[in-house]
Design a binder for this molecule. Structure first.
Ligand code: GTR
Length: 393
């Protein structure tokens, strides 16, 4: 097979539209264009941030607004008529180790749209427990079936954590439907779409915040110790949820790649042109301005991680996940670290890419690269739990 045919095959195997693969994808570090990375601590006025006060009062809001209006799109607030209903409760789940609950979160009084939270809470805890919250790809049933490998409920519960998930498509469909269905259909009815209107990643992030609204009301859970987690497109989602909702005490990005932790200016593996073309519903329309024009980006993805400071954040990569640019994910974590240091926290504890299976857990910015493919595995969860234990135990 020639190179292009190989790329098309690889694309089909990854479940992608072959169209993007007809463009040449660069996987060669030597062919990364020269780029200048804007400093997240440099304000638009050109003044450098020197204190937490300047960061919080001036630069952070400025940067938040840029990510909001230029990349993910503005989210609405919590809907007035949101309400919950316990659908099921099994106190003897996972061989008696956990209580399994399902909760419907209705977004409107007429109950036209809802998401169902599936949760496992460890039994026998002294009080409210910390939790991992993340959306899933294959539906709640899938976390027990075809996607069970990615959701090691028993292991997580054995470590004293609850785990909470919902199907991302309960909140918003993962295809370009002109923003007619899901939460866009409900909350944007009658409104004209703007260039900074929320895309689907914002919608899923919004769903994570609504799930946290519920968790704050659940006596089994400590709402101040909730880690938001996501893999791949849901890793991008977790980072944006962590940036926008400061109630999330810890943020975990697993193989989030382009539009997540990876630096866009490196243009290696997935590029903005490819992501905007293949997933036109994920970001706001303004983001198209940066396709093949990465140098115009207001900052880079290290800025997204910096928005999470001073709360702990963890970025993880996989050796074979070159489409997501592991090196670029690592560099974002590294270059976000000065903002952690401004707070007197420790950023990433290493300054060059660690070897596979040598996690860097010492700083308030954690990182590891695991041998293997684009996936979230038990090994990944083991590191997240060790990292979370530093803050939640
Ligand atoms: C790919 C996409 C990536 C990543 C991945 C996933 O097709 O190009 O940005 O998000 O999907 O979510 O598994």
């Amino acid at each position: 097979m020639n190179k292009i045919a190989t790329l098309i095959m690889a694309g089909i195997l990854m479940g992608m539209a072959p169209s993007v693969w007809a463009q040449e994808v660069n996987y060669d570090e030597a062919r990364i264009p020269e780029y200048v990375l804007p400093d997240p601590m440099l304000m638009q006025s050109g003044k450098a941030v020197k204190s937490v006060k300047q960061w919080e009062k001036r630069r952070r809001p400025e940067l938040m607004k840029l990510f909001e209006t230029e990349m993910f799109g503005k989210m609405p607030g919590r809907p007035d008529y949101m309400h919950y209903e316990l659908l099921s409760e099994d106190p003897a789940a996972l061989n008696g180790k956990a209580t399994r609950k399902e909760i419907a979160v209705y977004f409107d009084s007429a109950r036209t749209l809802s998401m169902t939270l599936l949760m496992y809470v460890p039994n026998g805890a002294d009080g409210p427990v910390p939790a991992f919250l993340g959306a899933n790809f294959k539906g709640n049933a899938g976390t027990l079936g075809e996607n069970a490998r990615r959701w090691p409920f028993e292991y997580i519960v054995s470590k004293g954590y609850a785990v909470v998930t919902f199907a991302r498509e309960d909140v918003d469909p993962d295809h370009h439907d002109g923003f007619k269905n899901g939460i866009h259909g409900l909350m944007d009815a009658g409104k004209e779409r703007q260039a900074d209107s929320w895309g689907t990643i914002s919608a899923w992030s919004w769903g994570l915040s609504r799930a946290l609204d519920y968790l704050e009301t659940d006596d089994d859970i400590d709402g101040r110790r909730v880690a938001v987690i996501g893999h791949s497109r849901l890793g991008k989602t977790a980072l944006w949820a962590g940036a926008t909702d400061e109630r999330f005490a810890l943020v975990i990005s697993n193989d989030s790649g382009c539009g997540g932790a990876a630096l866009s200016r490196r243009r290696i593996g997935e590029t903005l042109q490819a992501i905007n073309r293949n997933f036109p519903h994920w970001f706001c329309d303004n983001y198209n301005k940066y396709s093949n024009n990465e140098e115009a980006l207001f900052v880079d993805q290290q800025g997204l991680i910096a928005l999470i400071a001073p709360r702990p954040v963890y970025v993880a990569s996989a050796t074979e996940d070159t489409w997501a640019d592991p090196e670029g994910e690592f560099l974002s974590a590294l270059y976000a670290s000065p903002v952690y240091e401004l707070y007197g926290k420790k950023g990433l504890a290493v300054s060059s890419m660690p070897k596979p299976e040598q996690p860097s857990l010492d700083g308030d910015v954690g990182y590891h690269i695991r041998t293997g493919k684009h996936d979230i595995t038990l090994y990944d969860w083991q590191q997240y739990i060790k990292f979370a234990d530093k803050y939640f135990k």
